[in-house]
Ligand binder design. Structure first.
Ligand SMILES: [Zn+2]
Length: 171
């Protein structure tokens, strides 16, 4: 049942949000690098306000999620691109996420394009949720979507919630 499992991860990975509509400004994909600044500590202010479209924030969130999942990052596995979903016209969405969708108001990890799409109003915890799906895909099921025989959501929500525990912070 290859196809239904594929549908399963697509459906499960979509995280609908209720944020204001923004206009498309033609931003390019954000590519971060292994060499970007890295630390797995965040201040409370960063957790609450920092942009998940900042390359160094992305890199730090990436490392923190990997650490939480006990994953040793393999530099040969390509890093995901990050895009503003809410600024991509519907007709162009498949170029970015590999599937047709009827809304651009979503946060999403596309295993087809190795892209994380986030609405502009997203916070670090939203990025952490989608990065969890990235690691599940590349490390847990080794890039083979037919091996997704578990619900990927509970782990993504659990990790996302750790980025919301701003009273204790992260270290
Ligand atoms: Zn999800």
């Amino acid at each position: 049942m290859r196809k239904s499992r594929q549908y399963c991860i697509i459906a499960a990975a979509i995280f609908l949000t209720v944020a204001a509509v923004t206009s498309y400004a033609g931003e390019k994909n954000i590519r971060f690098r292994q060499t970007d600044a890295t630390t797995t500590s965040f201040t409370i202010a960063e957790l609450e306000h920092a942009s998940p479209f900042d390359r160094n924030i992305i890199r730090r969130t990436f490392d923190t999620v990997a650490q939480m999942m006990n994953i040793e990052v393999n530099p040969d596995i390509p890093l995901p691109d990050i895009v503003f979903s809410s600024q991509i016209p519907l007709a162009k969405l498949p170029e970015y996420v590999g599937v047709k969708l009827n809304s651009n108001r979503f946060n999403y990890f596309s295993h087809v394009k190795n892209t994380i799409a986030l609405v502009r109003e997203s916070r670090i915890h939203h990025l952490a949720h989608e990065l969890t799906h990235y690691f599940q895909f590349h490390y847990h099921i080794k890039g083979d979507i037919t091996q997704l025989i578990y619900d990927p959501e509970p782990e993504a929500v659990r990790i996302q919630n750790r980025f919301r525990q701003t009273d204790s912070g992260l270290s």
